[in-house]
Design a protein around this ligand. Structure first.
Ligand SMILES: Cc1cc2nc3c(=O)[nH]c(=O)nc-3n(C[C@H](O)[C@H](O)[C@H](O)COP(=O)(O)O)c2cc1C
Ligand code: SF4
Length: 579
């Protein structure tokens, strides 16, 4: 697909460190030649969000336009997070800076590549404007970003191991194989302060240390790439944009912990992510980066990819491990912790994709370097995703501690014309909404919880004044009801009961005592459920009731839905349940 094609057949097995270094210098030379050479380079962002907007048709138009032209290279890259400007096309003419074009249609290609259609030019990859095109780094969407994990997403061809290596992939792995003792690696990860990006924020260094110390064998590493939560799409995008970064982090984890095998468990709903990641593993295996006696280091690492079947609960650590083993994914009570008894009852270190994807830079630059980014207790950067009526929706990577206001009003461009901000749903389906008065809080694992919010895995939904809080609470509670695995009664029975009560209110049949009933039922579900799903499932509902009590009362006392979103309607005409 790309210029620096890495078709599996062309890869030769490397058997020593010197072999790898020679491969890397060739890759770097070819990368530099691509950008500094005499040809025009046209790169199209192809990913799950842009394919839906016609990216493959744009690629086809490029091939039609430039077939047989040796002076133009057509490449596929991933979407760089800027979903608001898909289909994105980057054009680099010899001797000129790289220009980013947005909302490109197949018929735009000839004009864009010949230098026209400046109205679609979003920015230029340079410090100064190029003609009338401003620097991309000055655009609010990019200005606040600090890209570590996303450094090469939308830059490299994700199917090319050669491009990844040219940009530094596997350099940290080499360092870990040949220069560092496992204790040194753990010391750097610990010093970095990296906290797990799967939602709970548990320190990665402590987990790795426990995994290293575990005595039973074999040991396993598993990457949690399930990401079944609505509104969260960061891990999928790392797979689509830079799969080798994930793989390198996992190989490093395997060598450091002393694991016999590493797994990546990917949500089955993400075919492109799975396809690109599998290609990365196949290429790395062929190159000799996975297997026995890797590059003559004396270290062995085996690797497997597993895919889920679509159940959200399979993202919960213990359920995920059952699913990896091929049995039904349901949580179990803890202890024992998975680092003592995980996959096949053997010590297993589980980390989220984004956690693992930070490892390369931590190893290369040192833990202190990472600890200096973000805030004291929340170091580094965080990938965040958003949905809602905002001008520049997309995936971003920002330093921990950025405020919600900067994110909403600058990075994501503020509300689209005709929409008025009402709130922001935080923590995916595991927390409550926040309002305008909370927007100056820093976004990190600790600061939002006091007011009922949560960073979680970094998925936000901004909603406007046409959205009913009762209706939205129903959606979020119903998600948890559907995804409950039914193993324990409080969650299996409590969540349907909550949805039933909310429905009563939405249909105009609620009473004030229902408010108390919902609080009491929520308390039971939270306190008595077996796993994290049930323990937080009622939080969105409780949050909506706390932030918008007047709306719940309007439905019950006045018999109207102020926004008209609910079946009861603005005029208070109740519709029979089930209609
Ligand atoms: C219902 C439920 C779903 C979860 N889904 C995910 C998920 O999709 N990805 C993830 O990394 N962690 C998920 N988690 C958190 C994991 O149990 C675990 O804490 C995490 O994978 C550990 O990795 P980390 O320390 O790197 O964050 C989920 C937890 C629960 C309770
Ligand atoms: S809390 Fe819900 S999802 Fe978790 S084990 Fe119980 S029934 Fe299953």
């Amino acid at each position: 697909m790309g210029e620096m094609e890495s078709g599996a057949a062309t890869l030769t097995r490397l058997t020593s460190r010197a072999d790898f270094e020679s491969y890397r210098s060739t890759a770097e030379a070819r990368w530099n030649e691509l950008w500094d050479g005499p040809r025009t380079v046209v790169s199209v962002g192809v990913g799950s969000s842009s394919i839906a907007k016609g990216a493959l048709e744009v690629v086809a138009a490029c091939h039609r336009e430039f077939s047989g032209r040796s002076d133009v290279v057509v490449r596929q890259i991933a979407v760089d997070g800027a979903d608001w400007m898909v289909v994105q096309v980057q054009v680099k003419h010899p001797g000129r800076p790289l220009v980013f074009y947005g909302s490109v249609l197949p018929e735009d290609i000839p004009t864009i590549v010949s230098g026209g259609l400046e109205s679609k030019a979003i920015g230029v990859d340079a410090d100064l404007p190029f003609g009338t095109i401003p620097p991309l780094s000055a655009h609010p969407f990019y200005k606040h970003q600090h890209r570590i994990v996303m450094r090469d997403i939308g830059v490299i061809d994700p199917d090319s191991i050669e491009e990844a290596v040219a940009r530094g992939a596997y350099s940290a792995y080499l360092k870990v194989l040949f220069e560092m003792a496992p204790e040194d690696v753990i010391a750097e990860v610990t010093a970095s302060g990296l906290r797990g990006r799967g939602g709970a924020g548990f320190p990665a260094g402590i987990k790795w240390e426990s995994g290293r110390k575990a005595r039973a064998r074999p040991k396993f590493i598993v990457c949690n790439s399930h990401e079944g939560e609505p509104n969260v799409y960061k891990d999928r995008r790392i797979h689509e944009g830079d799969p080798h970064r994930i793989l390198e982090g996992l190989l490093i984890a395997g060598v450091t912990v002393g694991a016999e095998r590493a797994y990546n468990y990917i949500g089955g709903e993400y075919p492109l992510a799975i396809q690109r990641f599998r290609k990365a593993v196949a290429d790395a295996e062929q190159l000799g980066l996975i297997g026995k006696n890797v590059l003559g280091s004396g270290k062995d690492v085996a690797f497997r990819v597993r895919t889920g079947g679509g159940a959200y609960i399979c993202g919960e650590g213990s359920a995920l491990m059952y699913s990896v083993m091929g049995v039904r994914g349901q949580p179990r009570t803890k202890p024992p912790r998975s680092v003592e008894e995980g996959i096949w009852k053997r010590p297993t270190v589980a980390n989220n994709t984004e956690t693992v994807a930070n490892i390369r830079e931590i190893v290369l630059n040192g833990g202190d370097w990472y600890a200096n980014i973000g805030t004291e207790k929340n170091s580094g950067t965080k990938m965040m995703t958003v949905q809602g009526p905002l001008k520049t929706v997309g995936l971003v990577e920002v330093p921990m501690g950025i405020t919600l206001r900067t994110l909403i009003e600058e990075v994501w461009g503020g509300m689209r014309d005709g929409f008025t901000f009402k709130g922001i749903q935080t923590g995916g389906v595991s927390a409550g909404p926040l309002k305008d008065e909370h927007l100056d809080l820093p976004v990190d694992f600790d600061s939002l919880t006091d007011v009922g919010g949560m960073l979680g895995s970094g998925g936000f939904v901004v909603f406007d004044t046409t959205v009913c809080s009762v209706d939205f609470a129903r959606y979020l509670t119903a998600f948890n009801r559907v995804e409950s695995c039914s193993k324990c009664v409080p969650c299996a029975r409590g969540n349907p009961a909550l949805v039933e009560i909310i429905d009563r209110i939405r249909f105009g049949r609620g009473s004030l005592s229902d408010l108390v009933l919902m609080e009491r039922t929520s308390k039971h579900v939270i306190e008595l459920s077996l796993c994290g799903l049930g323990q937080v499932a009622p939080m969105p509902l409780l949050g909506m009731m706390k932030m918008y009590p007047e709306e719940f009362r309007s439905h019950i006392v006045d018999g109207v839905c102020p926004t008209g979103d609910c079946p009861i309607g603005k005029g208070g005409v109740a519709i029979a349940a089930g209609d």
